[in-house]
Design a protein around this ligand. Structure first.
Ligand code: SF4
Length: 148
């Protein structure tokens, strides 16, 4: 039997009171960035915030997740849809991959349509690197609307 994949989620601290509803729902539904786990068993073994700008908890939280068996860290979609999106997200990903040798996936649940609409007007994701970063959670309009 295939081994269970253990993951951790790090959210943007501005959403620190979030109960994780959309992340957990999308994990269950295997949509957005979690579509890579279709047909696979996944266990969430850690959930925390970045600690607030400039993300002090990024330095330590992955270690605890790794001790709990996590091999993948997901940055919650809030990091790329907030106003403004986290300016450090690319750096955080490189840091965790380098220091902890864990895979980092940018995103969790599908981008909600209301955020999509505003960011399209603002031109937030026009740069090629941003287009790459939103790919796992862009999905289609119907899915985005269901996560509004
Ligand atoms: S913008 Fe980035 S560093 Fe600031 S609180 Fe959000 S995730 Fe953390």
């Amino acid at each position: 039997m295939e081994e269970k994949i253990k993951i951790g989620i790090i959210i943007c601290d501005r959403y620190r009171t979030c109960a994780g509803g959309k992340c957990l729902r999308s994990l269950r539904e295997r949509v957005g960035a979690f579509s890579i786990y279709k047909g696979k068993e996944v266990e969430l073994v850690g959930y925390t915030t970045c600690g607030g700008c400039p993300g002090g908890n990024i330095e330590y939280a992955p270690e605890e997740m790794k001790k709990n068996g996590a091999t993948v860290v997901h940055f919650a979609t809030g990091m790329i849809v907030g106003y403004p999106p986290c300016p450090y997200v690319g750096y955080f990903k490189k840091f965790i991959e380098e220091k902890y040798k864990m895979e980092v996936v940018i995103g969790t649940h599908p981008i909600p349509q209301k955020y999509y609409n505003i960011h399209m007007k603002l031109g937030t994701w026009e740069m090629p690197e941003w287009r790459e970063m939103i790919k796992p959670t862009l999905t289609d309009e119907k899915t985005r609307l269901s996560y509004d």
